[in-house]
Design a protein around this ligand. Structure first.
Ligand code: PLP
Length: 381
């Protein structure tokens, strides 16, 4: 550390210099997160010096978190489902597995059934909690196979995990069939809808053929849903919802101070800005706002697919959400070619010969056309 501090302008200039190296959103084609809505940024800044770890001081901020949770619950058929705004999908998934584990104190070596396509954050949770796990098979569209899940259930099973919208491939597991399995065997079911939770409800309202995945399905015990992804709120804003208070209580840890309710999140001291911003964005957009954005994202997805197919490129999977994979010779080389020109795409390790594109709110027709020109030039060279 310096002996004497640097003046404010120099410090801020240093920060600007570093921020200038970040990719510009208008060249980002791989991100499940996006530039947040302006109202979200404003709410975030206004709430920046809050701490939801102390609800006696930050009573109003805590009310905002509560309101944000109520909005999430209403989106997910949750009625009065309780929950919290947390740091992201990872924390939400950790909390869900904690609840599942604590629900069965009678099981000495708890096991989780996890489809091979589940997000790696769930493996962090599994390792943190010293859980055993069994990998369930997926079908040709990379959706979890309910029969494979059922075959893996045994006396040590404490939870089944399923995903409503994998961020790698955009696959939605057949949650309804999996919920039936969970109910039959009285096993906890957690649905990771970190990505799909802010797409599928609106797409279904638009008449698209996507399956139910939420609390309307008996058997679903908890859901991860992230405002900081397709919810268009600033990072950090993840969401964890539980079916009822009994399940949520399982993650509660008493504070040693009087008048402070039990802590239900992994973080103790935690900023309230994410919750306030998530509330602001959801209140501001409402259902119609999200539906409009969702419709546009799907239109752009279809446009990109048509353009790729017109070029004779093969898609290993038809997109279910707003993630498009296309095969090409030298996909990894193309990734570097893009990066050298400021464009960010990704290549999934599962499909090393395919480029993965994510359509988010910041992606426009113009961006896709520029990207396609880049692709054409790469192929010609
Ligand atoms: N679950 C899914 C399905 C995700 O797509 C992600 C991240 O992309 C996560 C969990 C982890 O969320 P976060 O990165 O916000 O912790």
């Amino acid at each position: 550390m310096r002996e004497h501090g640097l003046d404010k302008d120099s410090v801020l200039q240093n920060i600007e210099d570093h921020l200038a190296k970040d990719a510009a959103w208008n060249k980002v084609l791989n991100s499940i997160c996006t530039e947040p809505l302006a109202i979200g940024k404003e709410a975030f800044i206004r709430s920046i010096d809050t701490n939801l770890g102390d609800v006696r001081i930050f009573r109003g901020s805590s009310e905002l978190e509560h309101k944000a949770v109520r909005l999430l619950a209403s989106l997910l058929g949750g009625g009065d489902s309780p929950g919290n705004i947390v740091s992201g999908g990872t924390e939400a998934n950790v909390l869900a597995l904690l609840a599942a584990k604590k629900r069965r104190p009678d099981i000495a070596s708890p096991e989780i059934i996890i489809p091979e396509t589940a997000h790696f954050s769930l493996f962090k949770a599994i390792h943190l909690m010293g859980l055993q796990y069994r990998i369930a098979k997926v079908d040709s569209r990379f959706k979890a196979d309910p029969a494979s899940i059922e075959a893996l259930i045994n006396d040590n099973t404490v939870a089944i995990l399923a995903t409503a919208g994998t961020s790698e491939l955009g696959s939605v597991d057949p949650i309804e069939a999996i919920a039936q399995v969970a109910l039959r065997h009285r096993v906890y079911l957690h649905v990771d809808a970190a990505t799909g939770g802010f797409i599928i409800p609106f797409a279904r309202k638009l008449g698209m053929d996507l399956p139910a995945f939420d609390f309307t399905l008996e058997g679903v015990c908890s859901i991860t849903v992230d405002p900081h992804k397709y919810g268009l709120a600033p990072i950090p804003a993840g969401g964890i919802l539980f079916r009822d208070r009994h399940i949520q209580q399982l993650v509660s840890v008493d504070s040693y101070f009087m008048g402070i309710p039990g802590h239900m999140t992994m973080l103790g001291t935690r900023n309230g800005a994410g919750a306030a911003a998530a509330y602001a964005v959801m209140e501001h957009l409402g259902l119609s706002g999200y539906m409009e954005i969702t419709e546009r994202n799907f239109e752009l997805t279809r446009y990109l697919v048509r353009q790729l197919k017109d070029r004779g490129l093969r898609l290993p999977l038809e997109p279910e959400l707003n993630i498009v994979l296309f095969e090409m010779d030298g996909a990894a080389q193309f990734l570097r070619y893009c990066e050298e020109r400021g464009w960010i795409v990704s290549v999934s390790k599962r499909f090393p010969d395919a480029v993965r594109i994510v359509i988010q709110r910041h992606v426009t027709h113009g961006m896709i056309n520029q990207f396609l020109s880049l692709l054409d030039r790469f192929v010609e060279d």
